[in-house]
Ligand binder design. Structure first.
Ligand code: 5AD
Ligand code: SF4
Length: 493
């Protein structure tokens, strides 16, 4: 193949792990001279970082790929790659369903991407390439683990949520094997990274101006690594990261209820830098369903854990995930999930309709027997209840002050900015000095308020005046960088 323009388009769906993977792949490709574009038509290299957790996410990717069929026919020089969970799960099926795809790369082979792209581009004749890890039963634990490499060599500031927030992977994979879940297959065996490696990555990030790190793992609180003869748990890691100058906030997702040990709760309580927020999915409020899901705990055990969280860290907010319409879910068991939301008053819940996934225990052993309209109705009932509870609890903040790490423009300000630039007029210059900004409180609540965009990356005191179910609305109390030029708007991606 011949000359290429070096423009890279990358589409990322799914969880924070995928966002981080995309960041790392972009960083590696930039070293090869690539630059990012938001326009798939302008790109000669297109990557899709995929998710397999629900069928819907896969459909989205196959539709995006479908749209490229004619573009590839018109310009065969374009290199199209599919990476991530769907690549690991579907492998050759991707080539069958989308024959114009050139490269399929699983979650454990991301380091191969620059080489595979270069080889595809220089090959004499078109040749599809695949790099995936072993299946969970295709070798010994060591062999399978070895085939899933942790890939954390380079960072790319432009791909971060904001310039001062970064994800840091502390472990990969999952060994919990919940019956509905495809992740143990797509991300491989649970493997914790070395604490020394994680710490040096955090130091580099802090030197680059990062103030908040979000530690990532599928079951992040199961983290365990023995280094220099000493066992390091997540709590130990938190104490070490706390010492890194420049880092102001430490958070971690996602926690597994059974591994929510007291040492970790004490670390969250005692470290000023630890965000007082835990994401600990309950998944269901009915023991029969939890057993079928093979979650490894009962509602009573989850209640005990919530008791310890509330006692140890008063004011700590907790969010959950729920699945509705899993196999055999009765109206009565659904009511128990609603009861659990009422009891635990989660800050928010991510609610998902059960989506049967090939290769899981549930797909082979349990019927997907709840009709779609029932799933939808139960999903809406849970959402309505959770929203009402979130709004009630947010209202408790009215009149109080919260400390907010300012992330940048709020969603509505970003939209306003886009409209203004479409109409070809300056957004804030000559109109107003302040725009609506957003950030998060110490207990992870989204807060919006008017201020100068230059406050981004600073911590501001906000007095809460109003709220919705998802947002606290306030006014700034501190006056750090309140004045200055107004036509800036660098900010959030
Ligand atoms: N169907 C629906 N939701 C699922 N999740 C995981 N697997 C499935 C599935 N097959 C949800 C769980 C998990 C979140 C990331 O996605 O609630 O916590
Ligand atoms: Fe999936 Fe369960 Fe592992 Fe979470 S703990 S990634 S739901 S198998």
């Amino acid at each position: 193949m011949s000359e290429h323009n070096g423009k890279l388009y990358i589409e990322t769906v799914g969880c924070q792990m995928n966002m981080l993977d995309s960041e790392l792949v972009v960083a590696a490709l930039r070293k090869d001279g690539y630059e990012l574009t938001n326009d798939p038509r302008a790109a000669d290299t297109l990557l899709f970082n995929t998710c397999s957790v629900r069928e819907h996410a896969e459909h989205k990717i196959y539709s995006s790929l479908g749209r490229l069929k004619y573009a590839k026919r018109k310009d065969p020089q374009k290199v199209i790659g599919v990476m991530g969970c769907m690549a690991q799960k579907d492998q050759d099926l991707i080539f069958e369903r989308a024959p114009h795809v050139d490269i399929v790369v699983g979650t454990g082979q991301l380091a191969e991407i620059p080489r595979l792209i270069a080889e595809t581009r220089t090959a004499e004749a078109r040749q599809q390439q695949k790099a995936v890890s072993l299946g969970r039963r295709d070798g010994s634990v060591a062999e399978v683990s070895g085939s899933f490499q942790s890939y954390d060599p380079l960072r790319d500031p432009e791909m971060r949520p904001t310039p001062f927030q970064a994800f840091v992977r502390i472990m990969i994979g999952c060994d919990k094997f919940c019956t509905y879940c495809v992740v143990p297959a797509t991300r491989g065996p649970e493997q914790s990274r070395k604490p020394s490696e994680i710490l040096s990555e955090v130091r580099v990030l802090a030197d680059q101006g990062v103030k908040e790190v979000c530690l990532l793992g599928q079951t992040v609180n199961s983290y365990k690594h023995t280094e220099d003869g000493r066992l390091h748990r997540l709590s130990d890691l938190m104490y070490q990261i706390d010492q890194v100058p420049g880092i102001e906030r430490i958070r971690f997702v996602t926690s597994y209820p059974r591994d929510m040990t007291d040492d970790l709760l004490h670390a969250v309580r005692d470290l000023d830098k630890a965000v007082k927020y835990l994401h600990v999915p309950l998944q269901h409020g009915c023991n029969d369903q939890l057993r079928l899901m093979k979650r490894g705990y009962t509602v009573e055990e989850y209640r005990e854990m919530m008791g310890r969280i509330n006692e140890t860290i008063p004011g700590c907010s907790v969010s959950s995930d729920f699945i509705v319409g899993f196999s055999g879910e009765t109206e009565a068991s659904h009511q128990l999930s609603l009861d659990a939301i009422r009891e635990h008053r989660f800050k928010n819940s991510f609610i998902f309709k059960y989506s049967e996934r090939g290769g899981t225990k549930a797909a082979s052993l349990l019927p997907d027997d709840i009709p779609e309209d029932v799933k939808k109705r139960r999903n809406n009932e849970m959402l309505d209840l959770q929203n009402a509870i979130s709004e009630e609890d947010n209202a408790e903040f009215i009149g109080r002050r919260v400390s907010v790490l300012v992330e940048g423009l709020s969603k509505s300000a970003v939209k306003q900015q886009a409209r203004a630039s479409a109409e070809d007029r300056s957004f804030s210059s000559g109109e107003t000095l302040a725009v609506q900004l957003m950030g998060r409180s110490e207990c992870d609540r989204i807060v919006v308020f008017d201020g100068n965009p230059r406050l981004s990356g600073t911590t501001a005191e906000i007095e809460v005046r109003d709220c919705t179910g998802t947002t606290l609305i306030g006014e700034i109390v501190t006056r750090e960088v309140q004045h200055g030029s107004s036509s800036l708007l660098p900010i959030v991606s």
